[in-house]
Design a protein around this ligand. Structure first.
Ligand code: SF4
Length: 419
């Protein structure tokens, strides 16, 4: 059977889509299977999953359509109503092959609990240039606005040695950058016998030569002095941290049930920026959380202004049924939230320009991801998006030393340096 995996949502889901592609390869029999790896982070994500199931069912008559993942856990009945033949939640996602075989043979689904993270591995190559490596799942933080932790099961971490072997396979498959992903990387290792830290994991991964490593989103409580020191001395750790802030106001943070104060966020972000050469920052912000008044919003903007992040992802709070935040008062009127989001987006564009301007004239390593308008495009180690004028052929997936010569809207321009 030919299996096609369609993925919605975050990078963890994208990694799992690759896992499913490898896991379902060579299924015996005729016909097509379409797997929709769903996301439930917003109502829109739920709707997109249902639309995709409907479209696949309509366009591929006779194919088996399977919905898996976060949306399948939260809204399985609605996915079934949209046309999914089989709905499998996160707990059994990594056993999908056995589920499909049982379904096709009319047997009941296999038993089992959450599979250990060490059994969830990929070999690559992935279609994307920057490979993903999942090292952690689950979250016990229980943020008031979040549904993810409700569907991701218990904390599970991959042991450092297993992650290292997986990284080595991805490097052998030709990847030059590996992005380390998890649901809450700040909780990495807490479930393992010797409680290895994120620093222990990174040290192990760095034994794999010829590849650079990037952390995807990391909650601020995960930024330790030891972690910053490792980033400061190890050029193969990409000097970019995406630290979700959500709010710069302590009361709002507390109501959100976040694990840090605004001062702690500032201190950790500044420590990273000061200690790590060429470092830049990204942040997530949620505007319009219940109880966010104008002063609270100002504190958020002021905190970010001091840090000049390269990227700010702005979300407008919308109550998700089944979360604590859905019942919190007082709500922020939609037009006020929209205004705040627009103001923040304007400010963020200025901070991003300022962050990029700091690197004019520097030589950075750009990993080529695409070619467009006569330029090679890719991310530098500190996540700057750079258009490179080439002096030689550099295929997708190769690293090019690039001198940055111009700041442009949303990106930088550079010239390849022959070394
Ligand atoms: S840290 Fe908060 S936002 Fe992130 S997955 Fe856990 S509960 Fe959700």
């Amino acid at each position: 059977m030919r299996a096609f995996v369609h993925s919605l949502g975050c990078r963890v889901n994208q990694y799992e889509a690759q896992f499913l592609r490898e896991h379902l390869a060579g299924l015996p029999g005729e016909g097509e299977i379409h797997v929709v790896n769903t996301c439930t982070v917003t109502a829109l994500a739920d709707r997109k999953a249902r639309q995709l199931v409907r479209r696949l069912k309509r366009n591929h008559s006779g194919a088996l359509v399977v919905a898996v993942g976060c949306g399948a856990d939260r809204a399985g009945a609605r996915l079934r109503a949209a046309g999914a033949d089989l709905v499998v939640g996160n707990r059994d996602k990594a056993r999908l092959r056995s589920w499909i075989e049982a379904f096709l043979q009319g047997r009941p689904p296999p038993d089992g609990g959450w599979i250990p993270m060490d059994e969830e591995r990929v070999a690559g190559p992935m279609a994307r240039v920057r490979a993903l490596l999942k090292v952690q799942d689950g979250c016990t933080q229980a943020c008031a606005f979040c549904r993810t932790w409700q569907v991701r099961g218990p904390l599970r971490s991959k042991t450092p040695a297993v992650a290292r072997d997986e990284a080595a396979a991805l490097a052998r498959a030709g990847h030059r950058e590996i992005v380390i992903v998890g649901i809450n990387l700040a909780q990495y290792g807490q479930d393992l016998p010797h409680r290895p830290s994120l620093v222990d994991l990174l040290r192990e991964l760095l034994q794999v030569d010829g590849v650079r490593f990037r952390l995807s989103s990391l909650n601020p409580e995960g930024v330790s002095g030891e972690l910053v020191a490792l980033f400061a001395r190890e050029p193969r750790l990409c000097p970019y941290l995406h630290l979700p802030l959500q709010s710069g106001d302590d009361q709002v943070l507390q109501r959100m049930r976040r694990a840090y104060t605004a001062a702690e966020y500032r201190e950790r972000a500044q420590m990273f920026l000061a200690a790590v050469p060429r470092a830049t920052l990204g942040a997530d912000v949620m505007v319009g959380f219940p109880g966010e008044d104008d002063a609270a919003f100002r504190r958020t903007a002021e905190l970010l202004a001091d840090l000049e992040p390269l990227n700010v992802h702005i979300f407008r709070f919308s109550p998700r049924p089944g979360t604590t935040a859905a019942g919190l008062r007082p709500p922020v009127p939609a037009e006020v939230a929209a205004q705040r989001a627009a103001e923040l987006a304007d400010l963020a564009a200025g901070w991003s320009r300022a962050a990029r301007r700091r690197f004019l004239g520097e030589v950075l390593q750009v990993l080529v991801e695409e070619e467009d308008r006569g330029l090679l495009w890719g991310h530098a180690e500190n996540y700057l998006w750079v258009g490179v004028r080439g002096t030689r052929i550099a295929p997708r997936g190769t690293m090019v030393a690039t001198r940055l010569v111009q700041v442009d809207e949303g990106h930088m321009l550079g010239v390849m340096v022959d070394r």
